[in-house]
Design a protein around this ligand. Structure first.
Ligand code: PMP
Length: 375
């Protein structure tokens, strides 16, 4: 099997799973219980939270556990909208967001908020003048992801934050950092709220977090009991949280070394695809991270190509695992070309990927390309 879909999800690492198993077995108490087993679990919860807050360089009280980035994005966008609706109903998002952000925006629009889209340049960077012009007195929120999930474009969050602060200091800045953590440095000082998911960083599925600066108020979307956090009531998922803490620690180790290795793999694929296949278009730009390689395949349906590769046990994605079968909104935002956006595939790489796997992938690519007679 050759797995090249690491941006859709990653295999949980052995050490992380070990933490999960150990915690499940040895910490059976509910962290909200008053007895000694509960207190023991609560101490572990606090220590995992301390570890995560140290790694992300934020305060412990600024971390809210969620089931993943979709929930974090909901908590952030809807939470801000409901908290700030009396001040304004205008929200700005980039054209390179994950589908979950657009779905939340559709909901917010249906309850009376206005959603505007920030233009980007040909390389996918936010158009700073457009951002400046579109922030108004009633703009309550700007959401721009740190790294785009389809084409891997990294945005300069610090600079975007400066623009927002200058034009309207009341506007809250949220960033979906799901595809950035573990691939590139993330700095939570650059934003007010940020979303993360553990399963993108070799952690378990079903756990993520929301960073929220302590000065920001969100209206909770869930109500219940439990003292851990007013935004996320109920019993904390202790084994998942402890496992996520470990996954974050490992993900932040040797970032540069991992990136250099992945860059070499990326360059090898790009070199071969561009020299051998005239119909293959590389959709990445100079701002893309090397972990995500996005190409368009001329007249072929990406699903057909992906299924043919899967028959050989080679696994890649269409634009994103979450929007299969649709136009790639990111490629459309970049190139304004519907055919190009309709034929994209995403190859996502990891430090676990081997050169041998890339060689095999390129061989299978050729077999499938010739069989499907792409032109
Ligand atoms: N945001 C981004 C940028 C993503 O890549 C993903 C996963 N495809 C999500 C949000 C959703 O994450 P989760 O699966 O943890 O809900």
């Amino acid at each position: 099997m050759i797995y090249l879909d690491y941006s859709a999800t990653t295999p949980v690492s052995f050490e992380v799973l070990d933490s999960y198993n150990k915690t499940s077995r040895e910490f059976i108490g509910n962290p909200n219980s008053l007895h000694s087993l509960g207190r023991k679990s609560n101490e572990l919860l606090k220590s995992a939270t301390k570890q995560i807050s140290d790694l992300l360089k934020v305060m412990e009280s600024e971390i809210i556990y969620t089931s993943g980035a979709t929930e974090s994005n909901n908590m952030a966008l809807i939470g801000v909208a409901l908290a700030k609706h009396k001040r304004g109903k205008h929200i700005l998002v980039s054209k390179l967001e994950h589908p979950s952000i657009y779905k939340i925006c559709d909901y917010l629009r249906s309850i009376g908020f206005t959603i505007d889209y920030i233009e980007n340049d040909g390389d996918g960077l936010i158009d700073f003048d457009d951002l400046k012009n579109k922030i108004k007195d009633d703009t309550i929120l700007v959401s721009v992801n740190a790294v785009n999930s389809e084409v891997g474009i990294r945005q300069p969050l610090k600079f975007i934050r400066q623009i927002i602060r200058k034009v309207n200091p009341e506007t809250i800045f949220h960033s979906d950092m799901t595809q950035a953590l573990g691939k590139t440095t993330v700095c939570l000082n650059d934003v007010d709220i940020a979303s993360f998911s553990a399963h993108k960083i070799y952690g378990p599925k079903g756990i993520g977090l929301l960073y929220k600066n302590s000065k920001i108020k969100l209206v909770p979307l869930e109500y219940g009991s439990g003292k851990s956090n007013e935004l996320k009531p109920g019993t904390p998922a202790l084994p998942l949280i402890v496992a996520m803490a470990k996954a974050i620690r490992i993900a932040l180790t040797d970032l540069d070394k991992k990136e250099r290795f992945i860059t070499r793999l990326n360059e090898k694929i790009v070199k071969e695809l561009t020299s051998k296949y005239p119909n293959v278009k590389i959709n990445n730009t100079k701002y893309s991270i090397p972990h995500i390689l996005n190409i368009s395949l001329g007249n072929i349906k990406p699903e057909t190509f992906i299924n043919a590769l899967a028959e050989k046990e080679v696994y890649i994605s269409t634009n994103t695992a979450c929007s299969s079968g649709e136009l790639s909104s990111s490629v459309l935002a970049l190139y304004n070309d519907k055919q190009r956006a309709a034929s994209t595939i995403r190859i996502s790489l990891s430090h676990l990927t081997t050169t041998d796997e890339i060689n095999q992938f390129l061989n299978y690519f050729q077999v499938v390309y010739n069989k499907l007679n792409i032109n």
